[in-house]
Design a binder for this molecule. Sequence first.
Ligand SMILES: Nc1ncnc2c1ncn2[C@@H]1O[C@H](COP(=O)(O)OP(=O)(O)OP(=O)(O)O)[C@@H](O)[C@H]1O
Ligand SMILES: [Mg+2]
Length: 742
Amino acid sequence: MCSVLFCDLVGFTPFSESRDPEAVRELLSEYFVLARTVIERYGGLVEKFIGDAVMAVWGAPVAAEGDAERAVRAGLDLVAAVAELGAGAGVPGLAARCGVVTGEVAVTVGVGGEGMAGDTVNTAARLQTAAQPGSVLVDGATQRLAERGVGFTDAGQHALKGKAEPVHLWRPTRVLSGVGGVKRLDGLEAPLTGRDAELRTVRELFHASAERRVPRLVLVSGPAGVGKSRLGWELDKYVDGLAEQVWWHQGRCLSYGDGVAFWALAEIVRQRLSIAEEDPADVAAGKLREGLDRYISDPEERMYVGTRLGRLLGVAVFDDSGGTLAQAELFAGWRLFFERLAAAAPAALLIEDAQYADAGLLDFLDYLVDWVRDLPIYVLVFARPELGQARPGFGTGRNRITLTLDPLDAASMDELVDALVSGMPPEARAKITAQAQGIPLFAVETVRALIDRDIVHPVEGAYRLVGDIGQLAVPDSLHALLAARLDALDRQSRQLVSDAAVLGTTFPAEALVAVSGQDETAVRSALAELVRREVFSVSADPLSPEIGSYQFAQQMLRQVAYETLSRRDRKARHLKVAAHLRTAFRGDGEEVSDVIARHYLDALEAVPDDPDAAEIRRQAVAGLIRAAERAGRTPPWPSPSTPRPPSSPRQIRSTDREQLPRCGNKPQTPRSPMPTSPRRSSTPAKPTVASSSAAIPGRPPAPRPSQAKRCAAGAITPTRGKSSPPPWRCCEPTPTPIPSAP
Ligand SMILES: Nc1ncnc2c1ncn2[C@@H]1O[C@H](COP(=O)(O)OP(=O)(O)OP(=O)(O)O)[C@@H](O)[C@H]1O
Ligand SMILES: [Mg+2]
């Protein structure tokens, strides 16, 4: 079974008749290169070019799962890329149209232009002629195979030349998820509008890093709700559809607790190693060892990297006795881990919410990009503009690019609202967009408020206006809008949201039960309702160590929920969380004493002049001292704002997850595990022990692996392919200083 794509140019003949033949040839050859690039990125084989048409096949010589979907994705990309090519070349009417058909094909690959035959091939060519310029049409078989990951609209019956019966066709609209529906969102999500250029930029920078084997850091900066995470999600889906294998990782900086150093990096490493929350230390250490065996062939390197990753994850391997390891030593080990991954396939590291990143994490990212040589490591950092104040210059310099996401233009905002709710009256739409000032989150949250009021309903997969919108009062700021959404919740849910806001960005249900003081069944059913209302989402990404925990659907929502708490309520809740942590964790919260201290400090800051201020201060200081003492003693790290008791049962049982409606803002469908290959690789990671640290405990620098010989200055050996000498051996100074610039 193969999928055949047939793509033709529209508007090319008038162009070729009116222009100089040289210009025509040039445009055509650009188109051929473009078509080949797009098709091959999706794993298709270009069968032949016929005039200005191209025919490609998926599933030959070897069939793979997802072939039909990749062919459709390639078609969508190709028509978009040709439109861009035309606009760039001053031929605005230039467009492509594609047909994709799946069926039996007789293929003799390599027989110049004559290699494919059969009804499927002919139908693909016919089908393409039925497509509108700039669009793709597919047959029923392709639609059925691709529909989990791609959205389609019914294009009706079409009479095709050579076919006795009319054929039912479908038009793909957009990519909804990873291949096969993995991580598909069933909540409120409009098609991406107004960000074509930005998406193309981050994609092409990824390809440039992969093809030229250079590290690259891209900082995407923009205000809250402007669409940074959305851009990341689009890239995630795109990369999943590529034929090339990619090690994809994603980590988030936590907004709560200054002591959560390197949290996003630890999350990334746990993803790669499938280290789960309920894994006791010995199991986690076992998984770390297994991962090292899998990714690093040299035993001494394994030990070197293992000890240093162990420090990051809070597990001891290779008899790590917990002595001092300088930051430079740790960085060298962590870097080597990513280098070994990148030697096998491009590695992508996406860091979310970097405005909350600790200085150490940003130092490491800079270090990684400065010191990696000849290897494809793509670091994508999303941050609000505050990062620029905290860390001026981050995202500039060699192998770095900063991309600023500005608010969307008016036309894109209109398009966004229309896409969110079909039938939105123009006056209501204008009110929303006038207040939104180009921030998509504003539009999304306004629509969510209408859903809460039952004026907008999901009908057959799309949101529709079903009630009278009346005089739509649109709050004048995003903050007011979010606050109004929270106010509309019933008292119990509202309280839970406030408790959760104090717990942190991500929290397990158990912690919320403990802190809220409400009955567990009631909390769980309220949580399910809050997920349905898209206030919270449940992390179900099988690659995330946070799977099963709850999180705010939007960072801004948590911020608003926290800010709208009175100072006295904040204080009371911080004290409750501190008390909960002290009982939930062994030894009066020994492992998480820095987080406990942080909650005491926040309680103190909320109401500094209460009579119990001195006592709270004393508790905070005691917590900080314990944290410092502990840091000096042991390698493992304690948890962030909402740590889980190490011995707690699985935070969300699978049955709980099944009861939750699939409408969160986060991935809901696990991707199939294929443990040894990049990208679709890891076995599903389970929830992980949340961790944090004020500092990395140190000990004298461990001896480096004996192979880590220093080469003559500047003697950097190119490392293409796995067999070349590893670059770090040649370019790494001793004893691994962290350069400000190489
Ligand atoms: N260009 C766009 N087209 C359609 N929807 C969009 C677009 N950009 C953002 N959205 C939607 O708007 C909402 C907010 O976007 P997103 O979460 O990406 O913002 P953000 O910049 O990451 O915010 P924060 O700084 O709070 O993390 C999401 O629901 C997202 O799907
Ligand atoms: Mg975001």
